[in-house]
Each structure stands twice: as C-alpha cells, then as structure tokens.
Design a protein. Structure first.
Length: 255
C-alpha cells in the first residue's frame, strides 16, 4: 500500500464514520515503529487541511540503549518535518521495576501511562482512562494480524470505543450529552493481556471521565466479542477499568 493510497483510505473512512470533527485535539503516541509513524503521517496531512489539531509524544524506556535514543531522534526529526508539536520523555524502566518490586513489562506499562497522562494534560486533554483485558497467548497473533472471522479486532474496537465516548449519554442514563473535541483509543499488547487507553476532551467546563471510562470499557468488550470464538471464555477476563487522570468538573484527579 502506497502513502497516497493509505491517506485516501483514511479520508474515505473519515467521511463514512466521522471519527474526528473540526478543531478536535488529537494526541498520538509514537514509538518510532512503522505503525505509529504511518498514523502520525496520515493525521499530520489531515491536520494541515484543518481537520484536527495534532500533537505527538514519545517516551524513551531506556531499555535498548543506543537503539532507544535513535528511535527518539527519529521521532523528533519526523515531528519537526511534519510541523507537529512534540513532547518527549525518558524513563529508566529498570529502576522503576526495582523500586516498585514489579516486572519490566509492568514497569514499562506504568511509565507509558504516567508519561502519556502528563502529555495529555500538557496538551489540554481532559480525561484519560484505561482497561485491561486478559487474553490467552495465542490470541496476540490474531490481534497483530487483524485476521479473525469478524474482521480486525483492534481497528473495530477503536471505532467502538470512540463511538461509545460520543454516545455515553445514551448508554449511561444519568450522564448528560457533552460536546467532545477529541476522543481516541489505543492499545498496548502484552504477552497475556491487552491494555486499552482512551482519551477524551471537551469544550465544556466539566470533566469527561465517564466518557473516557465508557470508551475504554466498550473497546475491551469489543475485543472480548471478537476473540471469544478463538478462546475458552474463562481465559478472557476484563480487569482494571480505571481513570488515570481528569481535569474539569468539581475537582481534578491524577492517579
């Protein structure tokens, strides 16, 4: 697939599903890998047309020495060329793991969330929430390939989460409709779980934690639905739906 074809497909999907509205603020976490850089390129082109207000962040985990630094430099150069505001950070994940008495993977996940919440706060995002779905190891291949009988699980779950954020007032009877400027869902694949992170922002003077929590949870349920033909349902467990941070409303919050 060429760069032009990818962008054309994105525009068609945007017109069909209306994922973004004008002036929405979008924060992209870029690892420096091909998937995140392709996403950044597509959204940067869309932003230049006035479709969204785009921001980028990159965290160096410090786990791969010179390769990690090279990834950070690559993202910095790409963001500058695309004229996308970038926030970078560096965490010594090995030190975090030792201090907290946890494994490297859990420490890396915690570092990502802490940095991403900070970047979201700095760029004006209002709420960040997460959910975790435990899955059997063989399901990771299905998630990476996107090949299931119902389609691509991650792509479908992302759309479901975004739509859920926009329609939270229709799902939760005591929630009021809010004008959202931004809603997105991303995924981190572990060996035996999937971390779902949602971000939501509004122009209203209130928090949108329920929208963020609804987005993360619905995305997790969508993955559950699409993976259940391939696993014993006892192996699929939804855990730890929680708010990471919010601003607005009666008080701010940060976990």
């Amino acid at each position: 697939m060429t760069r032009s074809t990818l962008y054309s497909d994105f525009l068609h999907f945007q017109r069909s599903h209306g994922l973004f509205t004008p002036a929405e603020r979008v924060l992209v976490a870029c690892s420096g890998g091909p998937d995140s850089m392709a996403l950044l390129d597509v959204l940067a082109r869309f932003a230049r047309r006035g479709g969204i207000e785009l921001f980028c962040c990159h965290l160096d985990h410090g786990l791969r020495g010179a390769d990690s630094r090279a990834d950070a430099e690559f993202v910095e150069k790409a963001a500058a060329q695309m004229d996308v505001p970038l926030e970078t950070g560096r965490k010594r994940v090995c030190v975090i793991a030792a201090k907290r008495g946890i494994g490297i993977e859990e420490a890396a996940r915690a570092a990502r969330y802490e940095f991403f919440a900070k970047a979201a706060r700095n760029f004006g995002c209002t709420a960040v929430a997460t959910a975790r779905l435990e899955v059997p190891a063989h399901c990771r291949e299905l998630l990476e390939s996107g090949e299931t009988e119902k389609g691509d699980p991650l792509a479908t779950a992302r759309v479901a989460g975004i739509l859920a954020a926009k329609r939270t007032d229709e799902i939760l009877p005591m929630c009021h409709p809010l004008p959202l400027r931004f809603a997105d869902v991303r995924f981190e694949l572990g060996d035996n779980d999937v971390e779902i992170v949602s971000e939501v922002r509004t122009v209203a003077p209130t928090g949108v934690e329920m929208e963020a929590l609804t987005a993360a949870t619905v995305a997790a349920l969508t993955l559950y639905d699409m993976l259940k033909p391939y696993a014993d349902q006892a192996e699929l467990v939804l855990r730890e739906a929680k708010l990471l941070k919010k601003t607005g409303g009666k008080s701010d919050f940060s976990r």
